[in-house]
Design a protein around this ligand. Structure first.
Ligand SMILES: NC(=O)c1ccc[n+]([C@@H]2O[C@H](COP(=O)([O-])OP(=O)(O)OC[C@H]3O[C@@H](n4cnc5c(N)ncnc54)[C@H](OP(=O)(O)O)[C@@H]3O)[C@@H](O)[C@H]2O)c1
Length: 369
């Protein structure tokens, strides 16, 4: 593990020498992009997490599957994946209090003990699990209690990005953001984010306190955010953090249909994995794999390279618990695509091409888009 610590320390020194770890610097999106340092050979290109946030490798790491949702994780493979991530810089690690009902935050807390500064940690509150199902709670009292619990599990005194996981239309978003801003003033949270929020909600929230990051599903199979959300984030200086950028593994080309998935794999219920839809989606993915082969990269690398080309403020968080997959995903940050290549990819994946919705109807009721 010493080499991981050394790599992380070198990266920290490099960033602090550039004066880029401080959070207080207010930059416009254009200034922020212009201020990005040239990438030293062998390291990942960096992107700024919000107008005045830290610089992180352009591709982050989604940690959800390390605790649940994609079948039982292998603890040693998870450890190797986290080691590989931290070797590549002070990376954005994405968690939530509901992943594994707290277990995912605990996992990161244990892993980061003694090297907290080697990662930028994002977590979320607001989805409250019940015996059967879940509900959304964004009340100010709940926000504060949830934050204390996340801090304890993560073993840290400050969360780098704290997201509202879902928006509760029953309560004014201003009240929730007010409570989150109190957490910033108390030094318990560095920056505020929203997940699956509509543009109008984001504007209302941003009027109360700067929104540093917006996390929403975005991939070749879910291109809807291109219309309004991605431009809005650029306008307000927020990072846009695409989740499920590989469409739950579909774009990586290594997934099975719903009827072959275990009961502990939540894709078993997702419309895009149901018989019929799955095969039609796979036919598109097979053509995409041929494009990737021509570029001598994996399908996952090509899908993420296309996505990164949508703006300097995009920082995708592909989920993996496999170090080799992590390397493929990070390789996207240095793969340059020509205009012709991008156009060919978009012809294969026009908006709305996916067969099946991205969530079940019940789950879709809690997203604002
Ligand atoms: N804000 C929200 O509401 C929300 C919702 C869902 C997820 N998220 C966050 O977003 C992150 C990413 O989303 P996600 O994990 O659901 O979906 P995803 O990133 O689209 O896909 C994850 C799947 O892709 C596979 N994969 C990863 N890299 C691969 C590669 N190079 N080649 C082939 N397969 C590859 C993974 O398997 P391996 O492990 O085998 O690589 C896993 O099964 C999550 O971890 C979570 O942190 C946020």
């Amino acid at each position: 593990m010493k080499h991981v610590a050394d790599a992380g320390r070198r990266r920290l020194l490099q960033l602090s020498a550039l004066g880029l770890l401080s959070q207080g610097l207010a930059l416009s999106p254009a200034q922020a992009a212009a201020a990005l340092p040239a990438t030293p050979a062998g390291t990942s290109p960096l992107r700024r997490l919000g107008a005045s946030g830290p610089l992180v490798p352009a591709v982050g790491l989604g940690c959800m599957g390390m605790s649940e949702f994609y079948g039982a994780p292998d603890a040693r493979a998870v450890q190797r994946t986290l080691d590989a991530a931290l070797e590549r810089g002070v990376m954005l690690l994405d968690s939530a209090d509901m992943y594994g009902s707290g277990a995912n935050e605990q996992l990161l807390g244990q892993y980061l003990r003694g090297r907290r500064s080697h990662a930028v940690v994002a977590t979320k509150f607001g989805i409250v699990r019940e015996q059967k199902g879940w509900h959304v709670n964004n009340t100010p009292a709940y926000v504060k209690a949830a934050c204390e619990a996340s801090l304890r599990r993560l073993g840290t005194d400050c969360i780098d990005v704290y997201y509202a996981h879902r928006i509760d239309p029953q309560h004014p978003v201003e009240d929730m953001i007010g409570a989150m801003a109190d957490l910033v003033r108390a030094g318990k949270v560095r920056a505020i984010g929203l997940s699956e929020a509509a543009p109008a909600t984001i504007r209302r929230a941003h009027a109360v306190h700067p929104i540093a990051a917006v996390e929403t599903e975005y991939s070749l199979f879910s291109r809807e955010p291109e219309r309004e959300l991605i431009p809005l984030c650029a306008e307000i200086g927020a990072a846009f953090v695409p989740y499920a950028p590989l469409s739950r593994g579909m774009l990586g080309g290594q997934v099975a249909p719903a009827n072959a998935l275990g009961a502990d794999d939540f894709r078993k219920n997702l419309p895009r994995f149901q018989p019929g839809n799955f095969q039609r989606n796979q036919a598109i993915v097979a053509e995409f794999a041929e494009m990737a082969q021509r570029r001598q990269c994996s399908s996952a690398t090509l899908a993420l390279a296309w996505l990164l080309g949508k703006g300097q403020h995009l920082i995708p968080i592909p989920g993996t618990r496999n170090a080799a997959h992590l390397a493929e995903n990070m390789a996207a940050a240095t793969l340059q695509l020509s205009g012709e290549e991008r156009a060919a990819i978009e012809r294969l994946f026009p908006v709305g091409v996916a067969h099946g919705k991205r969530y079940t109807d019940k789950e879709l009721k809690t997203v604002e888009l």
